[in-house]
Design a protein around this ligand. Structure first.
Ligand code: NI
Length: 221
């Protein structure tokens, strides 16, 4: 995911642009110097994008908690930072194992989560805009449970339990979806899914605002 967007239920937290679980879909609106832009480009080049079959395939559990796993975690945290995302799943790098990293906010520590299982989700739902480092240029509204409890392991194999709300809960659910081969476009409403898939095919951009504009725009002869 990209930039955190506020939950619509809480307008007090609004004002930061779309909740982008994996970070901004494009450089537009990001105030980056040339070096940061270059780092972002280099990171994005390593991330699989729409159409790559790895994004539709479920990952297998991690069984070895060795140095290689810790190196992968380090690499994923570095790529997430460079790409200015708030989460990254191993499958987005073509590594078909149940491993994700997330950092919901600049002051939160980057957290690796291995073999995550969402064991409880709230019936209370929230809708917010999401972006995805694997779906460049696309933002869609996604409705998800507002709170979740997730069990898994840390990079050393120790049991880990996380209770998350708001953006953090959204990012975790978005990344766990990646490990199951599910993309955010499958979680949005039909009209937005159509618009987003068209943009991905044509290499253009899509956002719910764009769609709203198109609907209200006067017909052109
Ligand atoms: Ni994503």
């Amino acid at each position: 995911m990209t930039d955190p967007a506020p939950e619509r239920e809480d307008p007090a937290e609004a004002g930061q642009g779309p909740v982008n679980p994996q970070g901004p879909p494009s450089d537009a609106g990001l105030e980056l110097d040339e070096e940061a832009r270059e780092r972002r480009r280099a990171a994005l080049a390593q991330i699989r994008t729409f159409g790559d079959p790895v994004l539709k395939s479920p990952a297998s559990p991690v069984t070895e908690f060795d140095d290689r796993l810790r190196e992968e975690v380090e690499r994923m945290v570095g790529l997430m930072h460079d790409a200015i995302g708030v989460g990254l799943a191993a499958t987005q790098l073509g590594i078909m194992r149940r491993l994700l990293v997330f950092q919901a906010g600049p002051d939160a520590p980057p957290t690796p989560l291995v073999n995550p299982e969402i064991e409880w989700s709230s019936t209370q739902l929230a809708t917010a805009e999401e972006g995805c480092l694997s779906l460049p240029g696309v933002v869609v509204d996604v409705e998800r449970p507002l709170h979740v409890r997730v069990r898994g392991q840390d990079a050393a194999g120790e049991p880990l339990m996380i209770e998350a709300s708001g953006l953090e809960a959204r990012v975790i659910q978005h990344e766990v979806d990646h490990l199951d081969g599910v993309l955010m476009v499958e979680r949005t409403v039909r009209e937005q899914r159509k618009g987003a898939l068209r943009a991905l095919r044509e290499g253009t951009t899509f956002s719910p605002e764009q769609e709203a504009e198109a609907e209200t725009a006067p017909a052109e002869a």
